[in-house]
Design a protein around this ligand. Sequence first.
Ligand code: SUG
Length: 449
Amino acid sequence: MSTTAWEVNFDGLSGPTHSYGGLSYGNVASTENQLNISNPKEAAFQGLKKMKTLHDLGLKQGVLPPHERPDFNMLRRLGFAGTEAEIVEKANQVDMRLPFSCFSSAGMWVANAATVSPSSDTRDGRVHFTPANLVSEFHRSIEAPFTGRVLKRIFSDDRHFSHHEPIPGSLYLSDEGSANHLRLCRLYNEPGVEIFVYGRETPRQGVKYPTIYPARQTRESAMAVKRLHELRNDATLFIQQNPVAIDQGVFHNDVICSGDRNLLWYHEDAFLDGPGAISAIQKMCAERYGITLKAIQTTNRQLTIDQAIQSYVFNSQVVTLPDQSQCLIAPSRCCEISSALTCIDEFVEGSGIQHVRYVDLAQSMLNGGGPACLRLRVVLTDEEISHVHESVLLTELLYECLVGWISRNFRDRLHIDDLADPLFLRECQETLDELTAILNLGSLYEFQR
Ligand code: SUG
Protein backbone atom coordinates (compact mmCIF):
# COMPACT_ATOMS: atom_id res chain seq x y z
CA MET A 1 0.00 0.00 0.00
CA SER A 2 1.39 3.37 -0.94
CA THR A 3 -0.63 5.74 1.27
CA THR A 4 1.02 7.04 4.39
CA ALA A 5 -0.92 6.99 7.64
CA TRP A 6 -0.22 8.39 11.08
CA GLU A 7 -1.51 7.90 14.53
CA VAL A 8 -2.57 11.39 15.54
CA ASN A 9 -3.12 11.87 19.24
CA PHE A 10 -5.82 14.38 20.10
CA ASP A 11 -5.44 15.44 23.72
CA GLY A 12 -8.14 17.00 25.87
CA LEU A 13 -7.23 20.35 27.36
CA SER A 14 -7.97 20.52 31.03
CA GLY A 15 -10.49 23.29 31.73
CA PRO A 16 -10.61 26.19 34.22
CA THR A 17 -12.84 24.15 36.58
CA HIS A 18 -10.42 21.25 37.11
CA SER A 19 -11.34 19.94 40.57
CA TYR A 20 -11.35 16.92 42.87
CA GLY A 21 -14.94 15.90 43.51
CA GLY A 22 -14.38 12.25 44.44
CA LEU A 23 -16.90 11.45 41.74
CA SER A 24 -15.72 8.15 40.29
CA TYR A 25 -16.48 5.15 42.46
CA GLY A 26 -13.97 2.42 41.66
CA ASN A 27 -11.30 4.92 40.63
CA VAL A 28 -9.11 4.87 43.71
CA ALA A 29 -7.31 8.18 43.06
CA SER A 30 -10.60 10.04 42.56
CA THR A 31 -11.94 8.79 45.89
CA GLU A 32 -8.71 9.35 47.82
CA ASN A 33 -8.26 12.93 46.66
CA GLN A 34 -11.82 14.13 47.12
CA LEU A 35 -11.92 17.80 48.17
CA ASN A 36 -8.22 18.41 47.60
CA ILE A 37 -7.59 21.98 46.50
CA SER A 38 -6.97 21.80 42.77
CA ASN A 39 -4.66 23.84 40.57
CA PRO A 40 -6.37 24.24 37.17
CA LYS A 41 -3.49 26.28 35.78
CA GLU A 42 -0.94 23.60 36.57
CA ALA A 43 -3.27 20.87 35.22
CA ALA A 44 -3.62 22.69 31.91
CA PHE A 45 0.11 23.38 31.64
CA GLN A 46 1.02 19.79 32.44
CA GLY A 47 -1.34 18.46 29.76
CA LEU A 48 -0.12 20.99 27.21
CA LYS A 49 3.48 20.15 27.96
CA LYS A 50 2.75 16.49 27.27
CA MET A 51 1.29 17.47 23.88
CA LYS A 52 4.38 19.57 23.16
CA THR A 53 6.64 16.64 24.07
CA LEU A 54 4.94 14.49 21.43
CA HIS A 55 5.01 17.32 18.90
CA ASP A 56 8.74 17.81 19.52
CA LEU A 57 9.28 14.10 18.93
CA GLY A 58 7.99 14.68 15.41
CA LEU A 59 4.47 13.35 15.97
CA LYS A 60 1.25 14.89 14.81
CA GLN A 61 -0.69 16.15 17.80
CA GLY A 62 -4.18 17.59 18.07
CA VAL A 63 -5.94 19.62 20.75
CA LEU A 64 -9.53 19.11 21.92
CA PRO A 65 -11.25 21.95 23.81
CA PRO A 66 -12.65 21.54 27.34
CA HIS A 67 -16.37 21.04 27.84
CA GLU A 68 -18.62 23.89 28.88
CA ARG A 69 -18.41 24.03 32.65
CA PRO A 70 -19.84 25.08 35.05
CA ASP A 71 -23.00 23.52 33.66
CA PHE A 72 -25.66 25.45 35.55
CA ASN A 73 -28.29 24.32 33.06
CA MET A 74 -27.79 20.77 34.28
CA LEU A 75 -28.30 21.86 37.90
CA ARG A 76 -31.45 23.72 36.83
CA ARG A 77 -32.66 20.57 35.05
CA LEU A 78 -32.28 18.80 38.37
CA GLY A 79 -34.67 21.27 39.98
CA PHE A 80 -32.33 23.80 41.58
CA ALA A 81 -33.38 27.40 41.03
CA GLY A 82 -32.20 30.90 41.90
CA THR A 83 -28.95 32.74 41.41
CA GLU A 84 -25.81 30.76 40.64
CA ALA A 85 -24.68 31.08 44.26
CA GLU A 86 -28.08 29.86 45.50
CA ILE A 87 -28.08 26.95 43.08
CA VAL A 88 -24.66 25.80 44.24
CA GLU A 89 -25.64 26.15 47.89
CA LYS A 90 -28.89 24.22 47.48
CA ALA A 91 -27.30 21.46 45.39
CA ASN A 92 -24.45 21.22 47.85
CA GLN A 93 -26.89 20.73 50.74
CA VAL A 94 -28.46 17.77 48.94
CA ASP A 95 -25.23 16.12 47.85
CA MET A 96 -21.83 17.72 47.37
CA ARG A 97 -21.34 15.51 44.31
CA LEU A 98 -24.07 17.37 42.43
CA PRO A 99 -22.30 20.75 42.09
CA PHE A 100 -18.96 18.99 41.58
CA SER A 101 -20.45 16.89 38.78
CA CYS A 102 -21.64 19.95 36.93
CA PHE A 103 -18.27 21.69 37.33
CA SER A 104 -16.06 18.71 36.62
CA SER A 105 -13.42 19.07 33.95
CA ALA A 106 -13.42 15.28 33.42
CA GLY A 107 -13.96 15.78 29.69
CA MET A 108 -10.17 16.21 29.51
CA TRP A 109 -9.74 12.39 29.65
CA VAL A 110 -10.63 12.00 26.02
CA ALA A 111 -9.62 8.34 25.82
CA ASN A 112 -13.18 8.03 27.11
CA ALA A 113 -14.65 10.50 24.66
CA ALA A 114 -15.23 8.09 21.78
CA THR A 115 -14.26 4.92 19.97
CA VAL A 116 -12.52 5.55 16.67
CA SER A 117 -11.90 3.08 13.85
CA PRO A 118 -9.50 4.01 11.05
CA SER A 119 -10.60 3.87 7.43
CA SER A 120 -8.47 0.80 6.70
CA ASP A 121 -10.59 -1.25 9.15
CA THR A 122 -14.07 -0.18 8.07
CA ARG A 123 -16.11 -1.53 5.17
CA ASP A 124 -16.98 1.87 3.71
CA GLY A 125 -13.37 3.12 3.89
CA ARG A 126 -14.20 6.07 6.18
CA VAL A 127 -12.94 6.87 9.68
CA HIS A 128 -15.77 6.09 12.13
CA PHE A 129 -16.45 7.88 15.43
CA THR A 130 -18.89 6.92 18.19
CA PRO A 131 -18.95 9.23 21.22
CA ALA A 132 -19.07 7.19 24.44
CA ASN A 133 -22.26 7.48 26.48
CA LEU A 134 -20.30 7.20 29.76
CA VAL A 135 -23.48 6.39 31.65
CA SER A 136 -21.68 4.71 34.53
CA GLU A 137 -20.84 8.04 36.15
CA PHE A 138 -23.26 10.97 36.19
CA HIS A 139 -20.57 13.65 35.81
CA ARG A 140 -19.28 11.93 32.68
CA SER A 141 -22.66 10.97 31.23
CA ILE A 142 -23.25 14.63 30.39
CA GLU A 143 -20.22 14.76 28.08
CA ALA A 144 -21.49 12.91 25.00
CA PRO A 145 -23.50 15.66 23.20
CA PHE A 146 -20.59 18.13 23.30
CA THR A 147 -18.09 15.42 22.33
CA GLY A 148 -20.18 14.61 19.28
CA ARG A 149 -20.41 18.29 18.32
CA VAL A 150 -16.66 18.87 18.62
CA LEU A 151 -15.74 15.74 16.67
CA LYS A 152 -18.15 16.66 13.89
CA ARG A 153 -16.65 20.12 13.69
CA ILE A 154 -13.07 18.88 13.53
CA PHE A 155 -13.73 15.93 11.23
CA SER A 156 -16.44 17.53 9.15
CA ASP A 157 -15.94 16.06 5.68
CA ASP A 158 -18.39 13.20 5.33
CA ARG A 159 -16.53 11.76 2.37
CA HIS A 160 -13.84 10.72 4.87
CA PHE A 161 -15.47 10.74 8.29
CA SER A 162 -18.57 8.99 9.61
CA HIS A 163 -20.12 10.09 12.91
CA HIS A 164 -22.54 7.97 14.90
CA GLU A 165 -24.81 8.90 17.76
CA PRO A 166 -23.67 7.68 21.19
CA ILE A 167 -25.02 4.21 22.00
CA PRO A 168 -28.37 4.75 23.83
CA GLY A 169 -27.75 5.42 27.50
CA SER A 170 -28.56 2.48 29.73
CA LEU A 171 -26.55 0.33 32.09
CA TYR A 172 -26.99 -2.59 29.70
CA LEU A 173 -25.20 -0.56 27.02
CA SER A 174 -22.70 1.47 29.04
CA ASP A 175 -19.77 2.53 26.91
CA GLU A 176 -16.45 4.08 27.96
CA GLY A 177 -14.94 4.64 24.52
CA SER A 178 -11.40 3.86 23.54
CA ALA A 179 -10.14 3.36 27.11
CA ASN A 180 -11.28 -0.23 26.57
CA HIS A 181 -10.38 -0.51 22.91
CA LEU A 182 -7.07 -1.67 21.42
CA ARG A 183 -5.96 -1.82 17.83
CA LEU A 184 -3.06 -3.89 16.55
CA CYS A 185 -1.57 -3.65 13.06
CA ARG A 186 1.74 -3.98 11.19
CA LEU A 187 1.83 -0.42 9.87
CA TYR A 188 -0.69 2.37 10.43
CA ASN A 189 -1.70 2.40 6.75
CA GLU A 190 -2.65 -1.28 6.90
CA PRO A 191 -5.81 -2.83 8.33
CA GLY A 192 -5.68 -3.94 11.93
CA VAL A 193 -7.36 -6.14 14.51
CA GLU A 194 -9.67 -4.22 16.82
CA ILE A 195 -10.07 -5.53 20.35
CA PHE A 196 -12.90 -4.49 22.64
CA VAL A 197 -12.34 -5.21 26.32
CA TYR A 198 -15.47 -5.30 28.48
CA GLY A 199 -16.15 -5.82 32.18
CA ARG A 200 -19.79 -6.85 32.11
CA GLU A 201 -22.43 -8.42 29.90
CA THR A 202 -25.86 -9.97 30.31
CA PRO A 203 -24.89 -12.45 33.03
CA ARG A 204 -24.02 -15.92 31.84
CA GLN A 205 -23.85 -18.86 34.18
CA GLY A 206 -20.40 -19.65 35.49
CA VAL A 207 -18.87 -16.35 34.34
CA LYS A 208 -17.47 -14.09 37.06
CA TYR A 209 -18.17 -10.36 37.21
CA PRO A 210 -16.88 -7.73 39.66
CA THR A 211 -18.69 -7.53 42.97
CA ILE A 212 -17.14 -4.47 44.61
CA TYR A 213 -16.70 -1.82 41.95
CA PRO A 214 -18.77 -1.22 38.83
CA ALA A 215 -17.69 -2.64 35.49
CA ARG A 216 -18.15 0.40 33.30
CA GLN A 217 -17.95 -1.20 29.87
CA THR A 218 -20.44 -3.75 28.59
CA ARG A 219 -19.92 -6.28 25.83
CA GLU A 220 -23.28 -5.32 24.35
CA SER A 221 -22.27 -1.68 23.75
CA ALA A 222 -18.93 -2.78 22.30
CA MET A 223 -20.78 -5.06 19.86
CA ALA A 224 -23.01 -2.16 18.83
CA VAL A 225 -19.95 0.01 18.15
CA LYS A 226 -18.44 -2.81 16.11
CA ARG A 227 -21.62 -3.02 13.98
CA LEU A 228 -21.83 0.74 13.51
CA HIS A 229 -18.18 0.97 12.47
CA GLU A 230 -18.72 -1.84 9.96
CA LEU A 231 -15.75 -3.77 11.28
CA ARG A 232 -14.98 -7.20 9.89
CA ASN A 233 -16.07 -10.17 12.00
CA ASP A 234 -12.78 -11.93 11.47
CA ALA A 235 -10.74 -8.88 12.55
CA THR A 236 -12.58 -8.03 15.77
CA LEU A 237 -12.30 -9.59 19.21
CA PHE A 238 -14.28 -9.15 22.44
CA ILE A 239 -12.32 -9.96 25.57
CA GLN A 240 -13.45 -9.90 29.18
CA GLN A 241 -11.48 -7.85 31.67
CA ASN A 242 -10.51 -9.59 34.89
CA PRO A 243 -13.19 -8.87 37.54
CA VAL A 244 -10.53 -9.23 40.25
CA ALA A 245 -8.62 -6.32 38.68
CA ILE A 246 -11.76 -4.16 38.41
CA ASP A 247 -12.51 -4.86 42.08
CA GLN A 248 -9.04 -3.58 42.96
CA GLY A 249 -9.53 -0.32 41.08
CA VAL A 250 -8.72 -1.08 37.43
CA PHE A 251 -11.74 0.85 36.19
CA HIS A 252 -10.57 0.92 32.55
CA ASN A 253 -8.47 -1.55 30.59
CA ASP A 254 -5.92 1.16 29.77
CA VAL A 255 -4.93 1.17 33.46
CA ILE A 256 -3.47 -2.32 33.03
CA CYS A 257 -2.68 -2.77 29.34
CA SER A 258 -1.13 -0.77 26.56
CA GLY A 259 -0.30 -1.30 22.89
CA ASP A 260 0.99 0.15 19.65
CA ARG A 261 1.10 -1.53 16.21
CA ASN A 262 2.23 -5.14 16.88
CA LEU A 263 3.23 -4.52 20.48
CA LEU A 264 1.00 -5.41 23.40
CA TRP A 265 2.03 -4.86 27.01
CA TYR A 266 -0.30 -6.28 29.64
CA HIS A 267 -0.43 -7.30 33.25
CA GLU A 268 -0.87 -10.99 34.07
CA ASP A 269 -4.24 -10.17 35.69
CA ALA A 270 -5.56 -7.86 32.99
CA PHE A 271 -7.95 -10.37 31.40
CA LEU A 272 -10.28 -12.98 32.87
CA ASP A 273 -8.55 -15.66 30.84
CA GLY A 274 -5.12 -14.13 30.16
CA PRO A 275 -3.48 -17.01 28.24
CA GLY A 276 -6.68 -17.62 26.23
CA ALA A 277 -6.98 -13.91 25.38
CA ILE A 278 -3.38 -13.59 24.23
CA SER A 279 -3.49 -16.72 22.12
CA ALA A 280 -6.76 -15.55 20.45
CA ILE A 281 -5.20 -12.14 19.71
CA GLN A 282 -2.01 -13.75 18.42
CA LYS A 283 -3.97 -16.09 16.15
CA MET A 284 -6.24 -13.42 14.69
CA CYS A 285 -3.32 -11.04 14.12
CA ALA A 286 -1.27 -13.68 12.34
CA GLU A 287 -4.03 -15.32 10.30
CA ARG A 288 -5.88 -12.21 9.26
CA TYR A 289 -3.11 -9.69 8.56
CA GLY A 290 0.24 -11.42 9.03
CA ILE A 291 0.93 -9.39 12.17
CA THR A 292 3.57 -10.98 14.37
CA LEU A 293 2.39 -10.03 17.83
CA LYS A 294 4.97 -9.04 20.40
CA ALA A 295 3.08 -9.68 23.63
CA ILE A 296 4.96 -8.66 26.77
CA GLN A 297 3.52 -9.78 30.06
CA THR A 298 4.26 -8.24 33.45
CA THR A 299 3.57 -10.71 36.24
CA ASN A 300 2.11 -10.12 39.66
CA ARG A 301 5.48 -10.95 41.13
CA GLN A 302 7.05 -8.11 39.14
CA LEU A 303 4.27 -5.62 39.86
CA THR A 304 1.10 -6.03 41.89
CA ILE A 305 -2.18 -4.62 40.60
CA ASP A 306 -2.00 -2.10 43.42
CA GLN A 307 1.44 -0.94 42.24
CA ALA A 308 0.12 -0.73 38.67
CA ILE A 309 -2.65 1.57 39.91
CA GLN A 310 -0.32 3.66 42.08
CA SER A 311 2.24 4.13 39.30
CA TYR A 312 -0.11 4.10 36.27
CA VAL A 313 2.78 2.52 34.39
CA PHE A 314 0.45 0.75 31.91
CA ASN A 315 -1.23 4.05 31.17
CA SER A 316 1.94 5.04 29.36
CA GLN A 317 1.58 5.82 25.67
CA VAL A 318 3.58 3.71 23.26
CA VAL A 319 4.14 5.78 20.13
CA THR A 320 5.92 5.21 16.83
CA LEU A 321 8.26 8.03 15.84
CA PRO A 322 8.80 9.13 12.23
CA ASP A 323 11.96 6.99 11.98
CA GLN A 324 9.75 3.99 12.98
CA SER A 325 11.45 3.59 16.37
CA GLN A 326 9.06 3.35 19.33
CA CYS A 327 8.93 5.54 22.41
CA LEU A 328 7.27 5.05 25.78
CA ILE A 329 5.65 8.17 27.26
CA ALA A 330 5.42 7.24 30.93
CA PRO A 331 4.02 9.10 33.94
CA SER A 332 6.82 10.57 36.07
CA ARG A 333 5.11 9.01 39.11
CA CYS A 334 6.80 5.76 37.98
CA CYS A 335 10.16 7.26 38.95
CA GLU A 336 9.04 7.22 42.60
CA ILE A 337 8.05 3.52 42.57
CA SER A 338 11.03 1.23 42.12
CA SER A 339 9.01 -1.82 41.01
CA ALA A 340 7.43 0.29 38.25
CA LEU A 341 10.82 1.51 37.09
CA THR A 342 12.11 -2.04 36.97
CA CYS A 343 9.04 -3.03 34.93
CA ILE A 344 9.75 -0.27 32.46
CA ASP A 345 13.36 -1.49 32.13
CA GLU A 346 12.16 -5.04 31.54
CA PHE A 347 9.50 -3.92 29.07
CA VAL A 348 12.00 -1.80 27.16
CA GLU A 349 14.37 -4.73 26.98
CA GLY A 350 11.72 -7.26 25.94
CA SER A 351 10.02 -5.03 23.39
CA GLY A 352 13.01 -3.36 21.80
CA ILE A 353 11.54 0.09 22.49
CA GLN A 354 14.29 2.63 21.95
CA HIS A 355 13.20 5.68 23.95
CA VAL A 356 11.45 6.52 27.21
CA ARG A 357 10.15 9.98 28.18
CA TYR A 358 8.62 10.81 31.53
CA VAL A 359 5.82 13.34 31.77
CA ASP A 360 4.58 15.04 34.92
CA LEU A 361 0.78 14.91 34.98
CA ALA A 362 0.35 15.11 38.75
CA GLN A 363 -2.85 17.19 38.65
CA SER A 364 -4.56 14.75 36.30
CA MET A 365 -3.17 11.68 38.05
CA LEU A 366 -4.81 12.77 41.33
CA ASN A 367 -8.09 12.06 39.55
CA GLY A 368 -6.92 8.78 38.03
CA GLY A 369 -5.93 10.14 34.62
CA GLY A 370 -2.48 9.32 33.19
CA PRO A 371 -0.86 9.99 29.78
CA ALA A 372 -3.03 7.56 27.79
CA CYS A 373 -6.27 8.75 29.43
CA LEU A 374 -5.64 12.23 28.09
CA ARG A 375 -5.54 11.26 24.45
CA LEU A 376 -7.85 10.03 21.73
CA ARG A 377 -5.98 8.13 19.04
CA VAL A 378 -7.06 8.75 15.47
CA VAL A 379 -5.18 6.93 12.73
CA LEU A 380 -5.38 9.08 9.59
CA THR A 381 -3.95 8.96 6.10
CA ASP A 382 -2.29 12.05 4.60
CA GLU A 383 -5.42 12.64 2.56
CA GLU A 384 -7.65 12.43 5.66
CA ILE A 385 -5.35 14.75 7.62
CA SER A 386 -5.73 17.34 4.91
CA HIS A 387 -9.48 17.38 5.70
CA VAL A 388 -9.08 17.79 9.48
CA HIS A 389 -9.85 21.25 10.93
CA GLU A 390 -6.29 22.51 10.77
CA SER A 391 -6.36 25.02 13.64
CA VAL A 392 -6.53 22.24 16.25
CA LEU A 393 -3.28 20.64 15.11
CA LEU A 394 -0.43 21.67 17.39
CA THR A 395 2.26 23.95 15.99
CA GLU A 396 4.86 26.11 17.75
CA LEU A 397 2.55 29.06 17.26
CA LEU A 398 -0.54 27.33 18.63
CA TYR A 399 1.51 26.13 21.59
CA GLU A 400 2.61 29.71 22.38
CA CYS A 401 -0.99 30.94 22.04
CA LEU A 402 -2.21 28.26 24.44
CA VAL A 403 0.53 29.05 26.96
CA GLY A 404 -0.62 32.69 26.91
CA TRP A 405 -4.27 31.66 27.14
CA ILE A 406 -3.65 29.48 30.22
CA SER A 407 -1.39 32.07 31.89
CA ARG A 408 -3.95 34.84 31.44
CA ASN A 409 -7.09 32.96 32.40
CA PHE A 410 -6.57 30.00 34.71
CA ARG A 411 -6.60 30.11 38.50
CA ASP A 412 -3.86 28.33 40.39
CA ARG A 413 -6.11 27.39 43.29
CA LEU A 414 -9.70 26.23 43.23
CA HIS A 415 -11.94 25.31 46.15
CA ILE A 416 -15.62 24.34 46.15
CA ASP A 417 -16.53 27.78 47.55
CA ASP A 418 -15.03 29.41 44.45
CA LEU A 419 -17.48 27.50 42.30
CA ALA A 420 -20.35 29.51 43.82
CA ASP A 421 -18.70 32.83 42.97
CA PRO A 422 -20.84 34.43 40.21
CA LEU A 423 -17.71 36.03 38.78
CA PHE A 424 -16.22 32.58 38.26
CA LEU A 425 -18.96 31.57 35.80
CA ARG A 426 -18.29 34.65 33.69
CA GLU A 427 -14.55 34.06 33.97
CA CYS A 428 -14.94 30.48 32.67
CA GLN A 429 -17.14 31.56 29.77
CA GLU A 430 -14.70 34.27 28.74
CA THR A 431 -11.87 31.76 28.92
CA LEU A 432 -13.68 29.25 26.69
CA ASP A 433 -14.80 32.00 24.33
CA GLU A 434 -11.18 33.04 23.87
CA LEU A 435 -10.20 29.44 23.15
CA THR A 436 -12.76 28.94 20.38
CA ALA A 437 -11.23 32.00 18.70
CA ILE A 438 -7.70 30.55 19.06
CA LEU A 439 -8.79 27.19 17.67
CA ASN A 440 -10.99 28.85 15.08
CA LEU A 441 -13.91 26.65 16.07
CA GLY A 442 -16.71 29.23 15.77
CA SER A 443 -19.63 29.13 18.20
CA LEU A 444 -19.18 25.81 19.89
CA TYR A 445 -20.54 26.34 23.39
CA GLU A 446 -24.18 26.83 24.40
CA PHE A 447 -23.40 30.27 25.87
CA GLN A 448 -22.11 31.38 22.47
CA ARG A 449 -25.28 30.46 20.61
O1 SUG B 1 -13.65 8.64 34.47
N1 SUG B 1 -11.75 10.58 36.69
C1 SUG B 1 -11.86 9.95 35.40
C2 SUG B 1 -10.53 9.40 34.97
C3 SUG B 1 -10.59 8.86 33.55
C4 SUG B 1 -9.37 8.07 33.19
N2 SUG B 1 -9.47 7.63 31.86
C5 SUG B 1 -8.92 6.48 31.37
N3 SUG B 1 -8.48 5.52 32.16
N4 SUG B 1 -8.89 6.32 30.10
C6 SUG B 1 -12.90 8.82 35.44
O2 SUG B 1 -12.96 8.13 36.46
C7 SUG B 1 -12.58 11.91 38.53
C8 SUG B 1 -13.31 13.24 38.71
C9 SUG B 1 -13.45 13.66 40.14
O3 SUG B 1 -13.48 12.83 41.05
O4 SUG B 1 -13.61 14.90 40.35
C10 SUG B 1 -12.73 11.35 37.15
O5 SUG B 1 -13.75 11.58 36.51
